[in-house]
Design a protein around this ligand. Structure first.
Ligand code: SF4
Ligand code: SF4
Length: 352
């Protein structure tokens, strides 16, 4: 694997080099304290040192809203929307977010492969960047250590003078080739910061906890604070549920079929005809959300469907932490099934 030194004063010219290779998307500042991925217009507006973006790059493969087809009742016809495959370079991606994309690849390629997602996903290059975990990140606990580079074509690791660039794949090497702004001297890597936030059990022990957590008191406890806003679903890189609806125009002769993000924390999500709702209470919905991340798909794939980004906690309207929920489940499991005293590591601890 080839390594190069990119000094800080050459970052903008490197981004300009990338723009000659394809459409480049990277983190930008948004408002006072937030960041979001946008297409790069000006290299100097790219921010590589950031804690997390509000939404992950999922939005480029599964847009929040999309028209699937348009139809005409008059002509008894319909036309599917066309999606062009185009080269996209994602610069400055944190490693947990590329793992989120790999999880979605699984979801959308099983059974009936989902064409729209797969076409948007094709020809994507991922350039990762190292980051310092803040009080919300807990990726290490779900099997994603700080410098895990799986899924990246190129990886930028911060050092004292800029970044060490590793070309990981052939695609990555071909992107790096031709850039003449690298420095001859390699700089010392920056100190590694450790995760402050962590799950009480490593992810591979959690299936045993979830096996026994269906009736845990945590679900009712957390539902007293949850307002059912669905923000945790909307910001999650691995939530992929959507709703499909037909919208007629005013003539009532033609319309469009649209797909929109949906979220299992919303009251309407499990509502069906006849006024029934399969998950009427917030406790049931919260349990479903967390079981989706740590049990249902994990039982099939062996991997957690939470990548530890911390978004659902950082942006929760009610300050609910998924780490506290899981840690309380671990406490309750230990107290009930292993006869150990409760250590108060999660929600219970937060209330003390
Ligand atoms: S973001 Fe927080 S308050 Fe809103 S539904 Fe999720 S857990 Fe409940
Ligand atoms: S459940 Fe929360 S921490 Fe886990 S991937 Fe989703 S938003 Fe991130």
């Amino acid at each position: 694997m080839e390594k190069y030194q990119l000094n800080t004063n050459k970052i903008e010219s490197f981004i300009t080099h990338l723009k000659n290779k394809g459409k480049v998307f990277a983190p930008h500042k948004s408002g006072k304290n937030s960041f979001k991925f946008n297409e790069v217009e000006n290299p100097d507006s790219v921010v590589l040192d950031y804690n997390r973006t509000l939404n992950s790059i999922k939005k480029y493969f599964l847009p929040p809203r999309e028209v699937l087809l348009s139809f005409s009742k008059k002509e008894y016809s319909f036309e599917k929307s066309t999606i062009e495959v185009e080269k996209k370079i994602f610069l400055g991606v944190h490693n947990y977010d590329v793992k989120g994309v790999l999880r979605l690849d699984y979801n959308f390629s099983q059974g009936n492969p989902e064409d729209n997602y797969l076409k948007r996903r094709a020809d994507s290059i991922f350039i990762g960047v190292s980051y310092e975990p803040d009080e919300y990140h807990f990726s290490q606990s779900v099997g994603i250590p700080l410098h895990d580079t799986e899924g990246f074509d190129i990886y930028l690791e911060k050092n004292d003078s800029g970044y060490t660039i590793s070309a990981i794949t052939e695609n990555g090497q071909s992107i790096v080739d031709g850039f003449d702004g690298f420095s001859e001297e390699q700089a010392a890597p920056s100190n590694h910061v450790q995760f402050k936030n962590r799950l009480k059990y490593n992810y591979n022990r959690l299936p045993e906890v979830f096996e026994h957590s269906w009736n845990a008191s945590v679900w009712e406890e957390v539902s007293k604070r949850c307002v059912g806003c669905g923000t945790c679903n909307l910001v999650c890189p691995t939530c992929y549920c959507f709703d499909v609806e037909d919208n007629m125009d005013l003539s009532l002769l033609q319309g469009t079929r649209e797909r929109n993000w949906d979220g299992c924390m919303l009251n309407s999500f499990a509502a069906v005809a006849g006024g029934e709702n399969f998950r009427e209470t917030l406790a049931e919905r919260q349990r479903h959300r967390v079981y989706r991340k740590f049990k249902y798909i994990t039982d099939i794939t062996g991997e957690p469907w939470c990548i530890g980004c911390g978004r659902c906690t950082a942006y929760c309207t009610a300050g609910i932490s998924i780490v506290e929920i899981v840690n309380d489940l671990c406490d309750e499991y230990e107290a009930k099934y292993l006869n150990r005293p409760v250590e108060q590591s999660g929600l219970n601890a937060a209330r003390l």
